[in-house]
Design a protein around this ligand. Structure first.
Ligand code: ARG
Length: 486
């Protein structure tokens, strides 16, 4: 027979033990035990300050909650097993330690607002930590890009060689996408600024609580505005899952590029053995498994978004137990992001661009045919006419089986009278890259300017993340908030 729900505090002990066990969220809830303990410590502080419970009782309760928090931090939290969720388990443990005093803890709150608080604190804390790591990773990419401004590689569109770019430009594009995903994490921080606690089950409380005090102790801007909305709301969880998916998608694109570029067919990068795997059957293989796994992790991120969207779709107002099924997507997002960003961070030193292969891929000049057309435009030729002339040169070179630069000057003039040796110089891929100094282009000055701007953005996001007080800092501060009535 199961030992679940021993407290019987919910007033019902008639449920089939197997169903109580099946419906328990306790195992998952342990991931936000610290958030739950911190929230309860803030709550008893408020209960004492408003005179709702005696100061001496609040002191005892808060001391125990603080001790349990430290146990949780040290991974030695021991709560009674067999409770329906973390909230009941904490109350049961306090009951074991303090007796009847523990019965005062749940004054003027419900598990519905309690779990909303726990999840909000969790998401805020995790989003801030991940944003800090993301900004650091972006800064690493920026540093990696700077020395590569003169290393030519082809850019691909439709998986076809398209135009010459610098390797710096590619790496900067990864940093740019990553920081854009970081902006969605910053948005999550904006969406977790209000404190759900004190909403009660769905309509508030008749007791004279002070929700603003709880909110300020927990570093929120204020309390949420509608108890019914608050207890049924998981929009912040959706925003979190979405931001997580966006980060994973950004890492997935970087990974997909590297999987291609490391192949023998592209050979635009080499991966050190430190980040490659072998095949159990083919001795010659050096596989990019780590980047394939990173690309594969996007499935988890996307699944989390779909999971939560599907979960909240069709729910009526107010708390519904379906909401408890938010645990896996909400709680898996932080660790998944941390692990994936760490993996990329570990790999970056072991990725080497091959300028020789980049130049070889651009040597036939065809990827510079747009540059050739632009050289004619500089001479006053309308773009469409220049485009046709450049296209004709490509056709002639292809039919003669030679590089564009190997066409004779006579051939070239025959195609368009304005074409001369000067125009043909742009076929040099290095020159083609040097010339593209439009804002956001691949020219070295443009790339360095963009890297400076990305660096500023990374700094701003890092600062934003650091403004969020960490759970342990909040608890340390809480222990000194007076309990005496104001
Ligand atoms: N374990 C529940 C959850 O995580 C806590 C809230 C339970 N509320 C209720 N009315 N049964 O959602």
């Amino acid at each position: 027979m199961s030992t679940i729900a021993r407290t019987g505090a919910t007033g019902l002990d008639g449920m089939l033990p197997e169903l109580v066990q099946w419906s328990s969220s306790y195992g998952h809830d342990l991931s936000f035990a610290r958030e739950d303990l911190l929230g309860s410590a803030a709550h008893v502080t408020m209960l004492a300050r408003t005179g709702l419970i005696p100061v001496a009782d609040a002191q005892e309760l808060r001391d125990q909650l603080v001790a349990l928090f430290h146990d949780a931090e040290a991974s030695r939290l021991a709560l009674p097993v067999g409770e329906e969720d973390i909230h009941m388990a904490v109350e049961a443990e306090l009951g074991r330690r303090l007796g009847a005093v523990a019965g005062r803890l749940h004054t003027a709150r419900s598990r519905n607002d309690q779990v909303a608080l726990d999840l909000t604190l969790h998401v805020r804390d995790q989003a801030a930590r991940r944003l800090e790591e993301l900004a650091d990773l972006a800064r690493r990419l920026i540093a990696m890009a700077r020395p590569l401004v003169a290393l030519p590689i082809p850019a691909f569109t439709h998986r076809q060689r398209a135009q010459p770019i610098s390797a710096a430009f590619l790496v900067a594009s990864w940093a740019s996408a990553l920081l854009r995903a970081g902006e969605t994490l910053a948005f999550v921080l904006d969406r977790t600024r209000l404190c759900p606690l004190g909403s009660g089950a769905c309509s508030g409380t008749s007791l004279p609580t002070d929700r603003h005090l709880v909110a300020s102790i927990l570093a929120f801007d204020g309390p949420t505005r509608n108890a019914l909305d608050t207890t049924g709301d998981r929009d912040f969880a959706l925003d979190w899952a979405w931001a997580g998916a966006r980060v994973l998608l950004a890492l997935g694109k970087l990974s997909s590029d590297l999987v291609d570029y490391a192949s023998a067919e592209y050979a635009l990068v080499t991966l050190d053995p430190a980040v490659s795997t072998g095949s159990s059957m083919m001795p010659q293989k050096k596989n990019p498994d780590i980047f394939e796994l990173l690309r594969g992790k996007t499935a988890t991120g996307i699944a989390n978004v779909v999971h939560l969207l599907t979960l909240v779709k069709g729910l009526p107002s107010g708390y519904n137990r379906d909401q408890q099924e938010d645990r896996v997507p909400v709680l898996s997002t932080g660790p998944t992001l941390a692990a994936c960003m760490r993996a990329v961070d570990l790999c970056l030193d072991h990725v080497h661009f091959r300028g020789d292969r980049g130049e070889a891929a651009l040597a036939d000049g065809f990827t510079q045919s747009t540059d050739l057309a632009e050289a004619l435009v500089r001479k006053g030729v309308p773009f469409r006419e220049a485009y046709k002339a450049s296209g004709e040169l490509v056709r002639r070179a292809t039919s003669q089986g030679v590089h564009l630069s190997a066409l004779s000057l006579d051939d070239v003039r025959d195609v368009h009278p304005e074409l001369d040796a000067d125009c043909m110089n742009v076929l040099d891929p290095r020159r083609a890259i040097l010339a593209k100094e439009s804002y956001g282009g691949t020219g070295p000055k443009a790339v360095l300017r963009s890297l400076d701007e990305l660096q500023l953005l990374a700094g701003r996001l890092h600062d934003r993340a650091q403004l969020v007080p960490r759970l342990d800092a909040l608890l340390a501060h809480l222990a000194h908030v007076p309990l005496e009535m104001r």
